[in-house]
Design a protein around this ligand. Structure first.
Ligand SMILES: [Zn+2]
Length: 96
């Protein structure tokens, strides 16, 4: 199969590198949280996504189709979470 998307994998880190930032946003450990790619329907834990942290903000891509699932940008005043690439995020409730 021919690779159609050219991504510099040298810039890639495991999504666990973004775990601290996700914890700050959601207040719970997110690496084991299930999510579904809106592009290809691949389901997996956030910790399995491909994380890119070299650009402005953090980008988490689908490990199957490399669609951008989550994009997180931090400014001095706020954190912006773009989750349009995810069908859902499932967060365990603290009381569960
Ligand atoms: Zn996908």
């Amino acid at each position: 199969m021919e690779e159609t998307i050219d991504i510099n994998r040298e810039l890639m880190l495991d999504a666990n590198a973004a775990a601290g930032l996700l914890y700050e946003i959601f207040g719970v450990e997110m690496t084991a949280a299930p999510t579904e790619c809106a592009n290809c329907g691949n389901e997996g834990e956030i910790g399995t996504l491909l994380a890119f942290t070299q650009g402005p903000g953090v980008i988490l891509r689908c490990s199957t189709c490399e669609n951008v699932v989550l994009r997180i940008v931090q400014t001095p005043d706020e954190i912006i979470l773009d989750a349009r690439g995810a069908v859902y995020l499932r967060l365990a409730r603290a009381s569960a």
